[in-house]
Design a protein. Sequence first.
Length: 405
Amino acid sequence: MPTFDVQQFRQQFAFFQQQPEWVYLDNAATMHKPQAVIDAVTQFYQQYNSNVHRGAHQLSQRATTLFEQARSTVASYINAQHLHEIIFCSGATAALNQIAFGLMHTVLRPGDRILLTQLEHHANIVPWQLHCQRFGVIIDVVPLTPDHQLDMAAYQQLLQLKPKVVSFSHISNVLGHIQPVADMVTLAKAVGAITVIDGAQGIVYQQPDMQQLDCDFYVFSGHKLYGPTGIGVLYGKTEQLARLTPIFAGGEMIDSVSFINTTFNKLPFRLEAGTPNIAGAIGLSAAIEWLQKYNNQQIVQHKSLLLKEFYTGLTAIKAIDILSSSVHNAGIVALNVDSEHPADVAELLNQQQIAVRSGQHCAMPLFSYLARPGAIRCSFAAYNTLDDVNRCLLALEQAVEILTA
Ligand SMILES: Cc1ncc(COP(=O)(O)O)c(C=O)c1O
């Protein structure tokens, strides 16, 4: 297999052309956008700006066509069976809130159980919690093994409690560990649970196949897939989407309205109240079309090479406490320098124009479990280079010298 041409890939990003001095390792937070995405969004605003689904004029018709084409691009990218199974929303957080709210009003009853895992992002904890408290639903949590992987034996035991919903992330946003999602879905389905996958970090690692994975819901944000912020996708199987009570109500999602009775529109519109993020959907579609010009296997290989070099370098630096495992890792590494505050380490890196994130990464329950106050997180994307890895390692070495002197 030919190797991935990282320089050619990197050239597509105006950010790196204009600010080559930056080492950007905060990709799990958000990714840079290729020119193809910036152009698609700009072109929409310059040439077709208009609202969708409602105008009699050509501009609106064009905007509607582009918006619906975006739905089709997403549907075929994740191999959804039907176009109406793609619900546009503002991101993974919005999608998870819609699912939790929607199921709580229709499917879940007091005393029912839902199953989450110890390493979830707050977006896959708090929406459930908010409604569980109100509706008397019980949350169980899958623990981790000593090497911080999901404890699959405990998962199987907890499934015996017959949860109505099982919701877990595809890839941990802190540790980078890739969860065995296919097995997890199969096991959950065997006890009749509805399966929800938080694909916020998974979507950029692997092109997920909804029909093969057979989960009930899969959610992600466009901005972690080289797309714009403010656009995301809630994928759901038709019969499961039909069970969701809409979290938002208003224009577009109705069929008819009177003060006596309101009837609702068909999917996907029933779950897309109000004016959608039209430019965002068009930008996300452009990101997917652009990304499909590259071979994902080559990208995965490139990222694992960066990860290998990073781990080799890290293990040679004294005082580094690595929280992520290097196996089953999608390219995210959480670490600390001794017991130094992660914000101090991140600031020393920032002074050398190396962008990482520090703190608890919206995963406080995971950090309680790890018994660490936080960590810095270095997350790699396809546009990162070996030079980025080496600059980060050197800066970490210097940080260790400064902080532990
Ligand atoms: C695993 C995971 N889930 C959910 C989210 C929430 O995504 P957003 O803030 O784009 O809605 C994130 C964001 O970092 C994440 O990493």
